[in-house]
Design a protein around this ligand. Structure first.
Ligand SMILES: CC(C)(COP(=O)(O)OP(=O)(O)OC[C@H]1O[C@@H](n2cnc3c(N)ncnc32)[C@H](O)[C@@H]1OP(=O)(O)O)[C@@H](O)C(=O)NCCC(=O)NCCS
Length: 409
């Protein structure tokens, strides 16, 4: 079979969405296509064509991603699909190469994604950069360790008011949290706060709650309620599903959760996309009752090693040399010395023996400071030629705020 990868035209965009929906085993709709089109950049969207038929889909968003000490242009990989009729013939592999070359030409040093299955992307140099927690707690076990009374007020917002009030809170958290990206108004409307009935999956509309203290809006939560009832017991059995909860201080975080924990007619609270070391765990009187499932979360690939490593800051000065293997982005392959002075990194070619040997996916995993290199060393994924080198990298790459990407894209 021969196929060609090339950009899609406006006219073929609905076909591309339909093929992607089929690949995911889902049904497309006019509304779904409209929504994808609203957030998709056609110039970054390609298809694999078998004649006139689309047999592979791939796109990316032009994100600005928070990294330690700043922000970098980053491709947010999305709409990846190959229909069941054409699987396992190398179409994804070719689309990945095509996309990474394109991202490189655009001068974006990083690519990120959420994976449908966690066995797909490591072969393309992606590493688990910001793992996420899925939490689940019985409402009756949500007492706080600190029993101080509630402060501040919570208000439920209309969609229009949310569009004005939530972005400033998000932006404060985003500015200091590696793994979060800028959202423009279209993104807020068509993605974060999007609430068409087709995507509710039997749950309530999306509620938007904001916590204010001393006239200062400091936290918000978006959530749905899944109502259910046990007729034999005459009692509710539903749950609250928190979509996103952002807070600018520990007090704001506690008070926002206090509101969520107080919602009536449910027995459980669940939330997806929480940080790995969720401060909520340390706020509770019974932390074990916060059932936590850790998943891979955000995957990151270093597309341009120099742009990436010189584009973030470091929490410890020092010098480390490494050999980087990268078959998919061969321009990265080489031996480097990373020298950090006053928190700023400079990458040069390494002369002589190197401290560490690793591949692109290990570099992607440690990049945001959320995965210690010593963990990868323990997993046998890194060669350490000088004792203590991986530990030194941990200290240099450390991020004070745990990297986190709160939403899937
Ligand atoms: C995932 C998907 C895009 C793969 O497309 P594909 O064209 O079949 O992939 P390729 O043939 O290029 O496979 C490349 C390699 O990845 C492996 N691979 C691809 N998808 C895999 C999967 N779901 N599970 C395990 N391995 C997978 C292949 O076996 C192959 O391995 P190899 O290099 O050792 O030979 C396709 O199966 C699909 O559309 N799945 C449903 C939608 C989806 O999950 N999309 C991804 C969204 S993040």
């Amino acid at each position: 079979m021969t196929y060609e990868i090339r950009p899609v035209s406006e006219e073929r965009f609905p076909d591309l969405v339909e093929v992607a929906e089929t690949a995911f085993g889902e049904e497309g709709s006019e509304e779904g296509t409209r929504r994808f089109r609203a957030v998709t950049d056609l110039d970054r969207t390609v298809a694999a064509f078998d004649g006139d038929d689309i047999v592979g889909t791939n796109s990316s968003f032009a994100f600005s991603l928070t990294v330690p000490g700043g922000e970098l242009p980053t491709a947010g990989v999305t709409l990846v699909g190959v229909p069941p009729t054409h699987r396992r013939r190398g179409i994804l592999r070719d689309m990945m190469r095509y996309q990474l070359e394109d991202v490189h030409k655009r001068g974006e040093p990083l690519a990120i994604l959420w994976a449908s299955e966690s066995n797909i992307y490591q072969r393309f140099g992606y590493g688990t950069a910001a793992r996420m927690a899925f939490i689940n707690i019985l409402k009756e076990r949500t007492a706080f360790l600190d029993s101080t009374p509630a402060v501040g007020q919570v208000k439920l917002l209309s969609p229009d008011d949310s569009l004005r009030a939530l972005p400033p809170i998000y932006d404060k958290v985003r500015a200091r949290t590696p793994g979060m990206y800028r959202r423009d108004e279209t993104w807020w409307t068509e993605h974060t706060l999007y609430d068409h009935k087709d995507i509710r999956e039997g749950m309530s509309p999306l509620f938007r709650a904001m916590w204010t203290h001393d006239d200062d809006a400091q936290a918000y939560a978006t959530y749905r309620v899944k109502s259910d009832w046990d007729d034999d017991e005459g009692a509710p059995t539903g749950y609250v599903m928190v979509r996103e909860l952002q807070a600018t201080s520990p007090l704001a975080l506690r008070e926002m959760w206090r509101y969520i924990f107080g919602i009536d007619l449910v027995t459980r609270i669940k939330a997806y996309g929480q940080p790995m070391d969720d401060p909520l765990f340390f706020m509770l009187a019974e932390p074990r009752r916060l059932q936590t499932q850790i998943e891979d979360g955000l995957w990151l690939r270093v597309v341009d090693v120099r742009g990436a490593l010189e584009g973030r800051s470091y929490s410890a000065d020092g010098q480390v040399s490494f050999a980087l293997r990268d078959d998919i982005c061969p321009w990265n392959q080489g031996r480097y010395t990373l020298e950090v002075k006053s928190g700023e990194g400079r990458l040069t070619e390494a002369a002589g023996d190197v401290d560490l040997e690793l591949s692109a996916r290990e570099l992607g995993a440690i990049y945001l400071g959320g995965t210690p290199l010593t963990s990868l060393l323990g997993a046998g994924r890194v060669v350490q030629n000088n004792p203590g080198a991986a530990r030194k990298v941990d200290l240099m790459f450390y991020s004070e705020v745990t990297p986190r990407c709160p939403e899937n894209f």
